[in-house]
Design a protein around this ligand. Structure first.
Ligand code: PMP
Length: 346
């Protein structure tokens, strides 16, 4: 990055914001699943400024765009997002003094829309008839083409998105794992933009040869497996109806599938049994990690991320009674212990 061309004012703001983003603790969960003792280590991404993993991406995209002159003071930030990215772009965008305009499918949780608005951003709701996720992207592109001084972060294709995880989440995880003398066998993460799984995966592959890196999708809506939108699911933040440009399936190991209802049950148990108030995609990632660990056998260690908290899902099925179906894994899991490892100090 050529930071010498950056306005020193902006540079110092970016540096100060970086103190409230990243460098998250590591949750160490001891579990028993179908008679096997396994360990899941999850980055606690709720600890970020706005409570989700997307703060890392937003900060990195802004930093890189300022450094190479694509983003300037006075520009409006416009993006299509299913929620957490909008919240991160709004908060960090406003911290940096930008106007923020978010194009968002109108069926996302009410909490997400209210949060984005609370950060002073403007929301353009996009209905299914107007094209849903794809329509949001087209509308953001059209706005940027019609107006001067608009910056489009383009989270689904921007290389700064996986780079954020390759340079922060991945190295932090490595330092924390080495600190407890653990070599992980696999990493799994639900795919929204794919930034997390591609970026963390790239770093972990370099430093832990032999590790497998798995993208995760809802079994009810297996877009990665089929290549297009299929079915419906309730794991907000992942499987947005298409395979993002960032995702390179040929560089990843086998796709892991979990049911949305099972993910809800797991997220509920993480909160009620361990005090970990996580969102539905964290429940999904936990189940994905357990599925891989069970296959790897007794003593397996699998890493993942807990991407956000339950706060944005209080009005959703996460806080209702969920039916237990026969092929769910959650009822066969014992959450037997939790330790928290300090942040890496990077
Ligand atoms: N979980 C949640 C709650 C999210 O908001 C997102 C991002 N949309 C993800 C998981 C997936 O992260 P990524 O975009 O890095 O694939």
């Amino acid at each position: 990055m050529n930071s010498t061309t950056m306005d020193p004012n902006v540079e110092s703001r970016l540096a100060s914001i970086s103190h409230v983003i990243g460098d998250t603790p590591l949750l160490d969960l001891a579990c028993r699943v179908n008679g096997k003792s396994v360990r899941v280590l999850a980055k606690h991404e709720t600890a970020n400024l706005t409570g989700s993993v997307k703060d890392r991406m937003a900060l990195h995209i802004f930093r890189q765009a300022y450094a190479d002159g694509r983003l300037k003071q006075g520009d409006t930030i416009a993006e299509a997002t299913s929620g957490n990215t909008g919240i991160s772009l709004a908060a960090i965008g406003r911290m940096l003094g930008h106007k923020v305009r978010i194009f968002m499918p109108d069926w996302m949780s009410r909490e997400r829309a209210l949060l984005i608005r609370s950060f002073g951003a403007e929301i353009i709701p996009v209905s299914k008839e107007e094209g849903g996720f794809q329509g949001s992207i087209q509308m953001a592109d059209a706005f940027a083409a019609a107006e001067p001084h608009v910056f489009r972060p383009q989270q689904f294709s921007c290389p700064s998105n996986p780079a954020a995880h390759e340079t922060s989440t991945g190295p932090e995880l490595e330092v924390q794992l080495r600190g407890v003398d653990v070599t992980p066998q696999a990493f799994v993460a639900g795919v929204g933009t794919g930034g997390t799984v591609m970026g963390v995966g790239t770093h972990l592959r370099k430093v832990f040869p032999g590790i497998t890196i798995h993208p995760l999708e809802p079994a009810n809506s297996p877009t990665l497996t089929t290549g297009h939108k299929v079915g419906h699911h309730r794991i907000q933040g992942i499987s947005d109806e298409f395979i993002p440009e960032i995702v390179k399936l040929d560089q990843l190991d086998e796709i892991v599938q979990v049911w949305d209802g099972d993910s809800i049950l797991m997220a509920q148990r993480l909160a009620s049994e361990l005090g970990l108030a996580v969102g539905i995609s964290s429940g999904a990632n936990m189940l994905g990690a357990l599925q891989l660990a069970e296959k790897l056998g007794d003593g397996a260690v699998v890493c993942t991320v807990f991407s956000d908290s339950n706060k944005k899902y209080l009005s959703t099925d996460l806080c209702s009674e969920e039916a237990v179906l026969d092929d769910y894994r959650t009822p066969h899991v014992e959450l037997s212990g939790l330790a928290v490892h300090a942040s890496a100090g990077l």
